[in-house]
Design a protein around this ligand. Structure first.
Ligand code: C2E
Ligand code: MG
Ligand code: MG
Ligand code: MG
Length: 279
């Protein structure tokens, strides 16, 4: 077996791995510089209530404008930040920026400002003791009440239990809400609901995509809203792209929707959708 590993397929695999590792390392190093020189920003996507289309919340999503490569997706760089540990600094910056932004909107706009800000937290952030303290400090610095904030996490971030679950209890004790992101795509979605403190289920885009055709997707989307209601949770449907999807979801009982149809993530989201609709 050892001899085989010197063969051509292994050599190619090994080179590919080296290249990947060095790309990772390079991106990681550039991320440090990017943080220091302001290449990151935060955009906000509306989460609307139906049928009145009030923007009840916005989700903060990080963006990286790389000087040579152009925009890089968080799907690509968040795992790198998780690996090299920069996720802590980046995550704190995102949280602080988002909290300051919501505080600003509240002051400037009054009632039309969204009620809450939703911020994604990665597995490593939740697994590090002290995260809830950081959140409390950040809210205080922005002079925001804790119930203005939702922390979104994926199933994989919490399914191992341990400190992440402790963190969630600490966040809840502060008054922060917890959302389970991409719900239904993990290994143990339903099982988690028995053990993890959660307030909001974000039903994954994959269940929304084909909802206008009758069949499996509709059955699953209907079951998910029923589970959510039965457990006293709030369901948010993600990735709504068409009026037909919005209509179908509303008929199934979904009251909170998010997706390009209502607004793409932007630095200046439109909080007056309801008015546009009526006109
Ligand atoms: P997510 O938290 O599930 O965020 C939703 C993603 O779906 C966002 O992609 C958003 O732009 C996209 N989206 C929203 N509506 C639609 C739609 O109607 N159609 C389509 N095709 N896409 C839609 P984005 O911003 O590229 O982020 C991807 C993922 O990266 C996020 O998924 C989240 O897991 C992660 N991420 C983004 N920002 C942060 C952050 O600040 N911190 C952490 N830890 N992760 C983040
Ligand atoms: Mg999210
Ligand atoms: Mg999501
Ligand atoms: Mg998603």
């Amino acid at each position: 077996y050892a001899a085989k590993q010197t063969g051509e397929p292994f050599r190619r695999w090994s080179l590919a791995l080296d290249e990947r590792t060095s790309q990772y390392a390079e991106l990681g190093a550039q991320m440090r510089a990017g943080l220091d020189s302001g290449q990151f920003r935060v955009v906000y996507q509306p989460i609307v209530a139906v049928p009145d289309l009030r923007v009840v919340a916005v989700e903060a999503l990080v963006r990286w404008e790389h000087p040579e490569r152009g925009p890089i997706s968080p799907v690509e760089f968040i795992p790198v930040a998780e690996q090299n540990g920069l996720i802590f600094e980046l995550g704190e910056w995102i949280l602080a920026t988002a909290c300051r932004q919501l505080a600003e909107w509240r002051t400037e706009l009054g009632a039309p400002a969204p009620d809450r800000m939703s911020v994604n937290a990665s597995a490593r952030q939740l697994a590090r003791p002290g995260f809830a303290k950081t959140v409390a400090r950040t809210l205080a610095a922005a002079k925001l009440p804790a119930d203005c904030l939702t922390i979104e996490m994926t199933e994989t971030a919490v399914f191992q239990g341990g400190q992440a679950i402790t963190t969630l209890h600490e966040l809840r004790a502060l008054g922060v809400l917890i959302a389970l992101d991409d719900f239904g795509t993990g290994h143990s979605s339903l099982g988690l609901l028995q053990t993890v403190p959660v307030d909001i289920l974000k039903v994954d885009k994959s269940f929304v995509d084909n909802i206008t055709e009758t069949g499996r997707h509709t059955v699953i989307a209907r079951s998910l809203i029923q589970i959510s209601e039965g457990l006293g949770l709030t369901a948010v449907a993600e990735g709504v792209e068409t009026a037909e999807q919005a209509e179908a979801l509303q008929q199934l009982g979904y009251r909170f929707l998010q997706g390009y149809y209502f607004g793409k993530p932007s630095t200046h989201p439109d909080f007056t959708l309801a008015l546009d609709w009526a006109s």
